[in-house]
Design a protein around this ligand. Structure first.
Ligand code: ADP
Ligand code: MG
Ligand code: MG
Length: 887
């Protein structure tokens, strides 16, 4: 049988070997290779880890043999021997998988110390205190990590010693103090682990290796992998490295730094260090670390050396680096480097700066920024100058800030929203039954649940601010109050949440509008040069249209007209129209609507001058504009009981009758879309007239308008033929009345499977198709979205019946081929037919990649997602593939 190599010296690896050597090991090797000062060491590979799980202890013999060999090489380089009582080589043992993972085994430092070698270390360093300090640290770390003795036992003893000695810092303890501590620590191990602290260095090393392997399968690590879709068979590697000492005196230090500011992207070192300290002292908060800038004053040469190395690493890795270092008696050592995690703001600035510095090309920079991450920059934020009344902090589950009145249940949230009240839904946690409340609320606040809880996932999907797991909140649903630190807040009180930071405030906070930074604008301009897919926005009013244009939309892909019918000043006219008994009456009501609609369209056309605007004619079933029948029955009963006038009662009865006659078993599949236009052509006539008159007016004012009239829910070519004829007649009439001619297009939504199948027939009457992928998903899957998301989709996702919410990411297997077929059939008949999608998928990066792949002309999405879509479209062009897990 082939024997695989299990152990690699740092000199044998490189950055490409992450899978085999883990991220940390691969980078330590890479840095060694480019000549940076990395203490020598070796890596036990992920293959060894996986084999350990297959073969168990029998593998350890093979590991031992290779470790012996690698260790000998390290001993040679360091001129010290492991376990040598006179001049011992000490080691650090660290876990490191291919993707960084919390829950894995912690680092062990100073391995190889025992009652003998500690004396040798004291001797060669000439510093007994230092040797004992290393020893007590080692016993604690080894005790904690390998022998599972809680570190609190050791820390308690240390604290007591410090108190007894009046020492503020551990550095103030003397050799004598430490000698006592070491004995106490060994005692703790003996009682808590029921065994002696192991004195044999090789036993220490092999036991540590085994402990790291075992930690791959501890509960925390397993759960983390599951959540982040990290395959179990990846395995972890182990890094064994010669120790260097930051705790050998005042000319020593240890620290961590980012090569650039990870929150702003500013090009200067960002980090902290501690003089005379070791390992994790900096992050452990034992002493307050100093900002890295102060290293310049203390050790100017070393600071400059570190600065140069940080620059070199950035250029080498072509990315921000997060670097760990130690200074031993005036010598700098680099102990780790990795790509630095950063905020969206920093990611954008760094990507652009890297291009200016010649580190990245524009294409590469565009690929560096995650479309979903920039979502953070596209939500309203709290005015940084505002005085805030902070009450609690939870998890930053969905970015953006919101204010509103506290409500404790979804029905109430919905009701208050209907009365134009802004509300924040406050719940211990949410369930699918609360969806309508989340929809109605400005934001969601929960006291339980993490970043992947229902509330978090749903809110992020909807782009609503959400703070989750705010545990200091004590919610009493019965009394409809919550308390924090003994202060009680009731239903109706105004609070604000900041979903980007997890903070909760009392009262309303001032919000500022979104500002795109110079770098953000710049990178978006680059995306426009790269992408071939157009990006339009869905907007129903001039404000949204303006916002969309500001964010770079190249037109409106969907302007819905039903919202215009819903507005308070129109609803009575719309209802009058619906209740009309005859066409003549209906036309009278429609005549009243005409000038109002014309104004609506005028505003949008004006905002979008020179760019195409796709207006969809009325789509929802008419009963949506009438009151609810149950409410009407109640009102009728009330009227009768309170002696309402006969006239009033009669009017209500007529209304009720009409509501009942219009009510549908399944409105989603009912009398809507072009089916309305066929039965009541006068409605569409009025809308087309309003569109053409608005366009004519602007055109006369010298402004360029590009109207596209869209007929919804076509399934038969004949439907579109009839509607097209009607549209053309009205347009012709208006233009002759106005004495002008104007270009406009007629097209249709493709949102029924039948329409996809007969797309060639439909194309005969259409200049464009716009895929309404939300309805197409509903009709293809046979799901009504609200019912699915409210009832079973959550379970389906949890049980992995389906991988992704098909309403958020386009179902490539089921809906995708229909889109592709329709596109091909449409183009087959009319090669220059324009193809786009509108609806939420148009703002989802993975769905955008699909649209690029099937060669659509544009996607259309919410104005706030336009920048995300531009970036995603450019990345699609640059070859990015959908899905997959990242680090
Ligand atoms: P983490 O994954 O938590 O960053 P590391 O494995 O990087 O853990 O180790 C934590 C710290 O231990 C390092 O930042 C460094 O300060 C210290 N350390 C690790 N190896 C050595 C070494 N060979 N010499 C000195 N200190 C070390
Ligand atoms: Mg750690
Ligand atoms: Mg580290």
């Amino acid at each position: 049988m082939d024997i695989e190599k299990l152990v690699y010296l740092f000199t044998e690896g490189n950055a490409q070997m992450k899978q085999l050597l883990g991220g940390k090991g691969a980078n330590l090797s890479e840095m060694t290779g480019i000549g940076l000062p990395v203490p020598p060491g070796f890596i036990i590979s992920t293959t060894a880890c996986n084999q350990y799980y297959q073969k168990g202890d029998s593998l350890m013999e093979a590991v031992q043999a290779e470790v012996d060999e690698a260790l000998a090489a390290v001993e040679l380089m360091q001129g010290k021997k492991f376990g040598d009582p006179n001049n011992p080589l000490l080691l650090s043992v660290r876990s490191g998988a291919a993707v960084s993972m919390p829950g894995m085994m912690d680092t062990i430092l100073n391995l190889g110390l025992n009652d003998q070698t500690v004396k040798g270390l004291a001797e060669v360093s000439g510093d007994e205190r230092f040797a004992l300090d290393c020893y007590r640290r080692f016993i604690q770390m080894y005790g904690d990590v390998v022998l599972k003795v809680d570190h609190a036992f050791f820390e308690r003893v240390l604290e007591r010693k410090k108190e007894e000695k009046g020492a503020r810092d551990d550095t103030q303890l003397t050799s004598e103090d430490l000698k006592v501590l070491v004995e106490q620590y060994k005692g703790i191990v003996k009682t808590k682990a029921s065994r002696e602290f192991p004195q044999e260095p090789m036993d220490q090393l092999m036991e540590s290796i085994r402990a790291v392997f075992d930690s791959w399968n501890n509960q925390r690590a397993i759960v983390y992998r599951k959540i982040h879709k990290i395959p179990d068979q990846l395995g972890t590697a182990i890094n064994v490295q010669a120790m260097v000492f930051g705790n050998l005196g005042e000319d020593c230090a240890t620290g961590v730094a980012f090569s650039r500011d990870p929150s702003t992207g500013e090009s200067k070192l960002y980090g902290e260090f501690l003089v005379n300290a070791q390992g994790e002292d900096v992050v452990a908060g034992i002493r307050t670390p100093l900002p890295i800038s102060q290293l310049e004053g203390l050790m100017p040469e070393l600071y400059n050396q570190f600065h140069d190395i940080s620059r070199r690493l950035e250029t080498h890795y072509r990315d921000i680096q997060d670097i760990e270092f130690t200074i031993e008696k005036g010598r700098l050592f680099i102990l780790q480097t990795r790509g630095g995690k950063r905020t969206a703001r920093s990611a954008v600035k760094v990507a652009v700066d890297f291009v200016k510095e010649g580190i990245l090309t524009r294409d590469e920079a565009v690929m560096r920024v995650e479309p979903e991450q920039i979502d953070q920059l596209l939500h309203r934020q709290i005015d940084p100058k505002a005085q805030l009344d902070f009450i609690a902090k939870g998890l930053p589950a969905s970015p953006g800030a919101a204010s509103g009145k506290v409500v404790f249940n979804a029905d109430e949230a919905e009701k208050m929203n209907q009365q134009d009240e802004k509300v924040i839904l406050v719940r211990p946690e949410t369930t699918p039954d609360d969806i309508h409340g989340i929809v109605a609320a400005q934001g969601v606040l929960t006291s339980r649940g993490g970043m992947t809880s229902h509330a978090a996932v749903v809110a992020r999907g909807m782009g609503k601010p959400c703070v989750c797991g705010c545990e200091s909140l004590n919610i009493d649903l019965e009394k409809e109050v919550f308390s924090v630190d003994n202060v009680t807040y009731s239903k109706g009180d105004i609070i604000s949440i900041d979903g980007g930071t997890g903070r909760v405030f009392v009262g309303e906070v001032p919000l500022i509008d979104i500002q795109l930074s110079g770098e953000f604008r710049e990178i978006l301009e680059w995306t426009d040069e790269i992408k071939s897919l157009g990006v339009r926005a869905n907007a129903d009013n001039p404000q949204d249209a303006k916002k969309a244009r500001e964010f770079g939309a190249e037109g409106i892909g969907l302007c819905r007209t039903e919202h215009m019918f819903m507005a308070q000043d129109r609803l009575p006219i719309v209802q009058e129209m619906i209740l009309s008994e005859s066409e003549v009456e209906r036309r009278k009501a429609l005549d009243k609507l005409l000038p109002i609609q014309q104004e609506d369209f005028y505003g949008i056309f004006e905002a979008m001058q020179g760019l195409p605007v796709t207006i969809r004619l009325l789509d929802p079933p008419l009963h949506e504009f009438l009151p609810d029948s149950e409410e009407l029955v109640e009102e009728l009963v009330k009227l009768k009981l309170t002696g309402g006038s006969l006239e009033e009662i009669r009017a209500k009865q007529i209304l009720l009758k009409k509501v009942k006659s219009l009510s549908e078993f399944n409105p989603m599949l009912g009398h809507r879309g072009c089916r309305l236009g066929i039965v009541y052509p006068e409605i569409y006539e009025m809308q087309v007239r309003a569109i053409c008159q608005a366009a004519a007016k602007l055109s006369k004012e010298g402004k360029e308008v590009v109207p596209e009239i869209m007929i919804p829910l076509v399934g038969h070519a004949e439907e579109l033929r009839i509607m097209r004829e009607l549209t053309q007649q009205v347009a012709l009439q208006v233009f002759s009345e106005q004495g002008i001619t104007l270009d406009y297009k007629i097209g249709t939504m493709i949102e029924l499977p039948r329409a996809c199948v007969v797309a060639d027939q439909i194309a005969e009457h259409a200049e464009f198709f716009s895929f309404g992928t939300n309805d197409l998903t509903q009709t293809t899957l046979g799901y009504s979205r609200d019912d699915a998301e409210g009832k079973f989709l959550h379970e389906y996702l949890a049980k992995k019946v389906i991988g992704e919410n098909p309403f958020i990411t386009l179902d490539r297997e089921g809906v995708g081929p229909l889109v592709q077929m329709a596109a091909e059939k449409g183009r087959g008949l009319k090669p220059d037919i324009k193809l786009g999608i509108c609806g939420e998928h148009g703002g989802d990066p993975d769905s955008i990649i699909f649209c690029h792949e099937v060669n659509l002309n544009y996607v259309s999405c919410s104005p706030f997602r336009v920048p995300i879509a531009r970036l995603a479209a450019a990345q699609a062009k640059l070859g990015k593939k959908a899905g997959g897990y990242g680090d």
